[in-house]
Design a protein around this ligand. Structure first.
Ligand code: SAM
Length: 287
């Protein structure tokens, strides 16, 4: 259902959570522009970065910083301003605030104090990546950034082996290769994934392939590891639909954490009824 007109002006004593572009400046909505131009205060993750965005649109705003290091204290100060009738907008460096970005603390405080919170909806890398991935399985589970340390990252992935639905991760360019290597060492190689890179930007690419082929593609050209990534991973099939070989691969992945290749393959075949030599041959091909 669409409404032709958005309310003109902003509401006093209201927190406006405003989405800004994830690359393409054309994605800043007319409504977001109007709100950012009209509110009393704009709380921004990085005032310099957002100052440049606002200047580009000719918007003069009173900017204050709200980032992970001052979020507790600054959220309280902004709440006081909201309670005394000021209109406040919150923006992050890119996309929708409070999604792997600062903002949720202020939003929670506002709810707690009975201050109205409105979404000025727009770009988010999460929604953009899911929309171009082509997976329809629910739930769509969003994990944000995986742990930076290799051991913790692998453990986090192993814990997701049985998760059904569609799994979404954010990843930084300097860690994308390590992350894809870990995905390939944990998940069955036939699972599909999508690497959504530089969405809405000049060098945007959306590549869908099997988990087992992702590393070859990623390292096939230097440009493919550059930029910002969302990784969308096909979830596990529902328990009733798993075949013995698929189950064997899954259990092998778990056992391989602590057993040798042959021990893990033998035990996985025994547990699941998968053909032992087929499973062993597959296991030998895993990185
Ligand atoms: N709150 C933001 C949002 O809603 O899109 C996300 C902020 S988070 C700190 C930044 C991460 O989002 C990046 O490391 C990347 O994983 C993802 N991201 C942001 N912009 C992107 C883009 N244009 N293309 C692909 N991923 C992007």
């Amino acid at each position: 259902m669409h409404e032709n007109e958005f309310p003109s002006g902003v509401q006093a004593g209201t927190l406006h959570v405003v989405a800004t572009p994830i690359g393409n400046l054309g994605d800043l909505s007319p409504r977001a522009r109007a709100v950012l131009a009209a509110v009393d205060v704009v709380a921004a993750e990085d005032t310099r970065h957002s100052g440049a965005l606002l200047a580009h649109f000719g918007i003069q705003a009173r900017l204050v910083a709200l980032h992970e290091h001052n979020e507790t204290q600054q959220s309280q100060a902004l709440l006081s301003q909201l309670q005394s009738g000021s209109s406040v907008a919150i923006i992050s460096d890119a996309g929708t605030p409070a999604i792997s970005d600062p903002g949720s603390r202020l939003v929670a405080l506002a709810h707690g104090a009975g201050v109205p919170v409105v979404a000025i909806a727009g770009p988010s890398a999460l929604a953009a990546a899911v929309s171009v991935a082509g997976f329809d399985a629910l739930p769509v589970s969003f994990y944000g950034f995986l742990p930076a340390k290799a051991k913790a990252r692998r453990e986090a992935l192993v814990a997701l082996l049985d998760a059904t639905g569609t799994l979404v991760f954010y990843e930084a360019p300097h860690r994308i290769e390590d992350m894809i290597a870990d995905l390939a060492s944990v998940f069955p190689h036939q699972r599909q994934l999508v690497l959504a890179r530089e969405l809405t930007k000049r060098f945007e690419s959306v590549h869908r392939c099997a988990v087992g082929d992702a590393m070859t593609w990623l390292t096939g050209h230097a440009d493919r590891t550059r930029g910002e990534f969302v990784v969308v991973l096909e979830g596990a099939p529902p328990a009733g639909a798993r075949d013995a070989f698929g189950e064997g691969q899954r259990v092998y992945g778990l056992l391989r954490e602590s057993l040798s290749v042959s021990e893990a393959a033998r035990a996985a075949a025994k547990i699941t009824g998968a053909n032992r030599s087929t499973l062993y041959a597959w296991a030998l091909e895993q990185p």
